[in-house]
Design a protein around this ligand. Structure first.
Ligand code: ADE
Length: 223
């Protein structure tokens, strides 16, 4: 899987994803990540990429041309690329979308800033408008990083224990059961007896019940 991020802040994306499991997946070649600086495609001598909105109003709008040229520099190596524009006006990202997107060879993420991007270039290149939730961030970089992290862990070989991507929150629309590790007692609180029993059928049954109970309490909308 190759991720291409069109952004005004390439170091934010590269630094943010280059640690822990995703960092290791990049080192091992399980995923590839490149951040393309939209500013490198400005065609004026001040390398300006934004301007005032037609019709007036607050803030600045990112211009179509540098965005288009940055897109073209990446897209010319890919046949019919999926281009995801991060915007609070998109469909809300979830695990099902992550699974769908994890099947692509290449994904292009377009990160906006200021008051957004000239609509004409969005019409020309964007295939998916995606939001990470009903709140407004200062730019698309954090949402792109959230999506890349979520999608990457579904790519073969990124997680070392093959099972861990299957039995977890949102698999089958349930939240995951609670987990415990040593010691057996912490500040008077004991690990549930059944987990120490060695009875795998009983443990599976207990986890199933806990998972349902937790979903009912915290996310009844999933049921
Ligand atoms: N850009 C600003 N806010 C956003 C959000 N909630 N999701 C995706 N992109 C955004």
């Amino acid at each position: 899987m190759r991720f291409h991020v069109l952004t005004l802040f390439p170091e934010m994306v590269m630094d943010g994803l280059n640690t822990s499991i995703i960092g290791r997946a990049i080192q091992n070649g399980k995923i590839e990540l490149e951040a393309v600086n939209i500013r490198d495609f400005a065609t004026n001598k001040h390398m300006k990429v934004d301007d005032y909105p037609y019709g007036g109003g607050a803030g600045m709008v990112m211009q179509a041309e540098p965005v288009y040229l940055a897109y073209q520099s990446v897209a010319e190596q890919i046949s019919s690329p999926r281009v995801i524009y991060l915007t609070p006006q998109g469909s809300v990202f979830n695990q099902r979308m992550a699974e769908d997107l994890s099947k692509e060879e290449d994904l292009i993420f377009l990160c906006g800033h200021y008051e957004g991007i000239d609509e004409r270039v969005l019409e020309m290149i964007v295939t998916d408008h995606v939001s990470i939730g009903d709140y407004v961030l200062t730019g698309g970089e954090l949402p792109a990083m959230v999506m890349i992290d979520t999608i990457s862990r579904l790519v073969d070989g990124v997680l070392h224990n093959d099972d861990s991507a299957k039995y977890e929150s949102f698999a089958e629309n349930r939240l995951e059961y609670p987990q415990y590790t040593r010691p057996e007692e912490f500040m008077g609180r004991k690990v549930p007896e059944v987990l120490l029993s060695g009875n795998h059928a009983k443990i599976a049954e207990w986890r199933e019940e806990e998972s349902l109970k937790r979903t009912r309490e915290r996310r009844p909308d999933l049921l």
